[in-house]
Design a protein. Structure first.
Length: 176
């Protein structure tokens, strides 16, 4: 007997190609994102030894670090990335106006969807800010590749949003 309730009709794991990235507040979709790196956290291992036990060490958790993520999207006229990066450091803004300390951090939401476009998992990313931005990639006249922008985002934590139960997957019935 399973310890958790699941969709008994689903046997396949979810795919990585259907997702949305949203800004909070408001839930505005970040336009055109084609790739998002993995969510990863690492907890430091603190080793210690008791004085009366010379042959082994004990381990306990230390500080937890949340790795930044990288978003990729094709270059367009959409200035969402550029505007956000400029809040962290706005070149030429003048003394005292280079950084927008009030709102350079934003929360993000990553929604993973099934093949039918239903949200199956959602992660909340907290206190995010852009640390690295590639506005234009290397340009090469001998290729026909899409120009891709990249934005590296630092964050202070993330968690699974438990408010998205596994959806009932649609069934198509065809009349014969």
């Amino acid at each position: 007997m399973p310890m958790f309730k699941t969709n008994s009709d689903r046997f396949d794991p979810y795919k990585t190609y259907k997702f949305l990235i949203k800004f909070e507040p408001g839930g505005d979709v970040v336009a055109g994102v084609s790739k998002c790196s993995a969510l990863k956290r690492t907890t430091e291992v603190v080793k210690h030894r008791e004085g009366g036990d010379p042959s082994t060490s004990r381990k306990s958790p230390g500080q937890t670090e949340f790795d930044g993520i990288t978003l990729e999207r094709g270059v367009t006229h959409d200035k969402q990335f550029q505007n956000w990066v400029s809040k962290v450091w706005n070149f030429g803004a003048g003394r005292g106006a280079e950084v927008s300390l009030k709102d350079f951090r934003r929360n993000l939401i990553i929604e993973l969807m099934n093949e039918a476009g239903q949200v199956v998992l959602s992660y909340n990313l907290y206190r995010c800010w852009p640390s690295e931005f590639t506005a234009l990639p290397d340009l090469d006249a001998s290729t026909s590749a899409v120009a891709i922008q990249t934005l590296k985002i630092e964050l202070e934590g993330w968690e699974l949003d438990e408010g998205h139960p596994e959806p009932k997957e649609p069934k198509l019935d065809f009349a014969e």
